[in-house]
Design a protein around this ligand. Structure first.
Ligand code: NOJ
Length: 495
C-alpha cells in the first residue's frame, strides 16, 4: 500500500518535470466530469421588452449611453435566443455536452425586481427551456444573476444599497421554487468583481457609476450578503427536497510573479488576494472575511486620505461566519494570465493595491486587448485555488477566447484544446478537484462594451440576418472530439 502510494506520488512529479509547460498530456477525464457550454441572458436572449419583461440596467445603459458601446449596439435582439432556444439546444446536442450553463433574466421573471409582480410568461419561457434541455439529456446549470439588475433597484442605488440583498433572496426563492425540481446546479452571482469594479468603480459597464474605491466596495459587500442569503435560503427551504448544489462564479486570471524574486512572489500573492481573494476569501477560506492584506491596505490608505473609516466596509462577526462556507462548489471563470511586480498600480481597476500588471509580448494576442493565450497559467491558477482554499470542488464555469475570424476559428480551437489539457494536468498531476468545464460561449453574443465587435462563440451567429442563423465553427468540431474522447488520445490512437 505504502509502496503504491509512494509510486503514485512519485510518477506525477516525474512526469511534471519531464514535461515542458506547453507539452500535450494524454489522458482522459473521469466519467463524472461534465463538459458544457455557457451563455447569459442579456448577451443572447433579446426580447428585451417582450411578454412583460421589465427594464434592467443593461437595457437602460445601452439605450442611454450607446457611445460607451464600441459599435453603439445593444442586446435588444442579440442572438434572439428568446425565440431560438430550441436551435441552441440542437447545437448543444450536436456538441455532445452534458451541461448547459445559462442565466435567468431577473426582470423577465419579476419585471420590477420585487415579488409584487411575477411574470408568468417569464417563468413559462424558462420552463420551456429547462424542459427541452432535460428531454434532450442536457443538465441545466442556472446563474441567477449575470449583471442585469432590474432598473427599479438601480434607482435606489443598486448594489450599493444593502437592502438589495433581501430583494435578491426573494427573487432566488421564486427561481428555486419554480425550477428547483429540475435544476440541481445553481450559481448565485456571476463575477461580482467585474460587476463591482467595472459597473460601480470605473463605469465601463452598467450601471456606469464612477466611484472607484468606494461604490465598488459597497456593491461587493452587498453582493456577498446577497449570495449568502440565497445560499442559506436554499439550504433551509429546498435542500432536502431538491438535493441541489449552490455556488458562485468568480473571475480570476492567473497573476503570476514576473520573476522568481521574493518581491515579485509577494506582489503576485497580493494581486491574487485583491482580485480573487476579495470574494473568495470570505466564502472559501478557513478564516472567512476579506483578505487581511485588503483590510490593512485599504484602512491605511483611507486614513491617510482623511476618511473617518476604511472605505472597505466591515462585516460583523455574525456575517463573517454566515458568509464563510456558503458555497457547495467554486465556480471559476478563467481566460488569461498577467505578470505581477511590486510598484504603484498601473491599472485604473486597482486603486488601493501596490502592484503592476503586464503581459509578455511573446504571448499570442487575440481580438480582446486583455486576453492573451497563456494555457499554462490555467494550471497554476487551479493549483493556487486548491492550496488557498483546501481543495474545493471546482467547476470551470467559463473559459474561452475572443476573435473576429468567422467560422475558420483555428485560434479558438487551439485555445480550448490547450486550456482543457492544462486543466487535465491540474486534475491528474496536481490533484485538483475540478469536476466540470463550461466553454464560453455556445454562440456569438453581445460582448458588453465591445458590442458585437468581438466574438466568443463555438457557433457563429449572423447578427445582420433577422433569422440569426447558428453555424458551427471549426472550434466546435475540436471541442466535440475532446468530449467524445473524454479527453486526449495519445497520437498513436489517432492514426
Ligand atoms: C465573463 C463574463 O461572465 C461574460 O459575460 C463575458 O462575455 C466573458 N467574460 C468574456 O468577456
Amino acid at each position: 500500500m505504502l509502496i503504491k502510494a509512494l509510486i503514485c506520488s512519485f510518477i506525477p512529479s516525474l512526469l511534471v518535470r519531464a514535461m515542458g509547460e506547453n507539452d500535450m498530456y494524454y489522458d482522459t477525464f473521469s466519467n463524472d466530469f461534465a463538459f458544457g457550454a455557457a451563455t447569459s441572458a442579456y448577451q443572447i436572449e433579446g426580447g428585451w421588452r417582450e411578454d412583460g419583461k421589465g427594464e434592467n440596467i443593461w437595457d437602460r445603459f445601452t439605450h442611454q449611453n450607446s457611445t460607451l458601446i464600441q459599435d453603439a449596439s445593444n442586446g435588444d435582439i442579440a442572438a434572439d435566443s428568446y425565440h431560438k432556444y430550441k436551435n441552441d439546444i440542437q447545437i448543444l446536442k450536436e456538441l455532445g455536452v452534458e451541461t448547459y450553463r445559462f442565466s435567468l433574466s431577473w426582470s423577465r421573471i419579476l419585471p420590477n425586481g420585487d415579488i409584487s409582480l411575477v411574470n408568468s410568461k417569464g417563468i413559462e419561457y424558462y420552463n420551456k427551456l429547462i424542459n427541452e434541455l432535460i428531454s434532450n439529456g442536457i443538465e441545466p446549470m442556472v446563474t441567477l444573476y449575470h449583471w442585469d439588475l432590474p432598473q427599479q433597484f438601480q434607482d435606489l442605488g443598486g448594489w450599493t444599497n444593502e437592502v438589495i440583498s433581501d430583494y435578491f433572496a426573494d427573487y432566488a426563492r421564486v427561481a428555486f421554487s419554480a425550477f428547483g425540481d429540475r435544476v440541481k446546479w445553481w450559481l448565485t452571482l456571476n463575477e461580482p468583481w467585474i460587476q463591482s469594479v467595472l459597473g460601480y468603480g470605473v463605469g465601463q459597464f452598467a450601471p456606469g457609476l464612477k466611484s472607484i474605491g468606494i461604490a465598488d466596495y459597497l456593491a461587493g459587500h452587498t453582493m456577498l450578503k446577497a449570495h449568502t442569503l440565497a445560499y442559506e435560503l436554499y439550504k433551509r427551504e429546498f435542500q432536502q427536497e431538491h438535493e441541489g448544489k449552490v455556488g458562485i462564479a468568480l473571475d480570476a486570471s492567473w497573476l503570476a510573479p514576473k520573476s522568481n524574486s521574493s518581491a515579485d512572489k509577494e506582489a503576485s500573492e497580493q494581486a491574487m488576494q485583491f482580485k480573487l481573494g476579495w470574494f473568495a476569501h470570505p466564502i472559501f477560506s478557513k478564516e472567512g472575511d476579506y483578505p487581511p492584506i485588503m483590510k490593512t491596505m485599504i484602512a491605511a490608505k483611507s486614513k491617510n486620505e482623511g476618511y473617518a473609516r476604511s472605505r472597505l466596509p466591515t462585516f460583523t462577526p455574525e456575517w463573517i461566519s454566515r458568509i464563510k462556507g456558503s458555497s457547495d462548489f467554486f465556480g471559476l471563470n478563467h481566460y488569461t494570465t498577467f505578470l505581477v511586480n511590486p510598484g504603484k498600480s498601473n491599472s485604473p481597476l486597482f486603486k488601493d493595491s501596490e502592484f503592476q500588471l503586464t503581459q509578455d509580448d511573446s504571448w499570442p494576442s487575440t481580438a480582446a486587448d486583455w486576453l492573451k493565450v497563456v494555457p499554462w497559467g490555467f494550471r497554476h491558477l487551479l493549483k493556487w485555488i486548491k492550496e488557498a482554499y483546501d481543495s474545493p470542488l471546482v467547476i470551470v464555469t467559463e473559459n474561452g477566447v475572443a476573435d473576429n475570424r468567422g467560422i475558420n476559428d483555428l485560434q479558438r480551437a487551439d485555445y480550448h484544446k490547450r486550456y482543457i489539457n492544462e486543466m487535465l494536468k491540474a486534475i491528474r498531476l496536481d490533484g485538483c478537484n475540478v469536476r466540470g468545464y463550461m466553454a464560453w460561449s455556445l454562440i456569438d453574443n453581445f460582448e458588453w462594451s465591445d458590442g458585437y465587435m468581438i466574438k466568443f462563440g463555438l457557433y457563429s451567429v449572423d447578427f445582420d440576418d433577422p433569422e440569426r442563423p447558428r453555424v458551427a465553427k471549426e472550434s466546435s468540431k475540436v471541442y466535440k472530439e475532446i468530449i467524445k474522447n473524454r479527453g486526449f488520445l495519445a497520437p498513436q490512437h489517432l492514426e
